[in-house]
Design a protein around this ligand. Sequence first.
Ligand SMILES: N[C@@H](CCC(=O)N[C@@H](CS)C(=O)NCC(=O)O)C(=O)O
Length: 232
Amino acid sequence: MNELSAFDITAKWPAQHPDRIQLYSLPTPNGVKASIMLEETGLPYEAHKVSFETGDQMSPAFLSLNPNNKIPAILDPNGPGGKPLPLFESGAILIYLAEKSGKFLPQDPAGRYQAIQWLMFQMGGIGPMFGQLGFFHKFAGREYEDKRPRDRYVAESKRLLGVLESQLSRHQWLAGEEYSIADIATFPWVNNLVGFYDAGELVGFKDFPRVQAALEVFRARPAVAAGLKIPG
Ligand SMILES: N[C@@H](CCC(=O)N[C@@H](CS)C(=O)NCC(=O)O)C(=O)O
């Protein structure tokens, strides 16, 4: 019996490699933040698929780790003090993995807060607003006759893209000249907006050339290409 077996989630998703970080996820814009970060850092991990089709995120085993029934979540057998650490919320996972690996979060305090600031901007702005736009443009909300909710999220998404454009006109990446967890949080959502949601025309994506260029550089990273497909 390993230490992880004390966590109910491992009964539904058994760990083949209990010494590695366990990732519970799906390749959605929030899920791939964790898989891309794990690929980028090279930390050893094992990915488990949480299928929405079968409602895995609502199962008691999953809820025992994340009571908010959302992916991604992780379980690190070797957390602080050498004890297992369960963790949910993609922003918290990114900060944790950055601190554990010593990568993608500047060491100097001012730079570190810049990266956290842009990470929070994604968590509180980009993710929720682009997500709502997806609902009203691509999913069930598309059928609604009243287009005001959709238009509201289109306008807000454009505004947020404008904020990214302005920041990227001054810096190579969101938190400055170094690629950071702020970029790992944000670009999967931009990618999803113009890809899976097919909302590029709706938000006038061509009006944000620096965001477009940064997205291309992001997508060209091998760890990003790999992480976007995990778990398969
Ligand atoms: N704030 C959360 C949001 C996570 C989230 O919304 N995950 C979605 C997939 S992108 C999910 O698990 N949805 C399943 C559900 O709502 O039942 C985070 O960043 O981790």
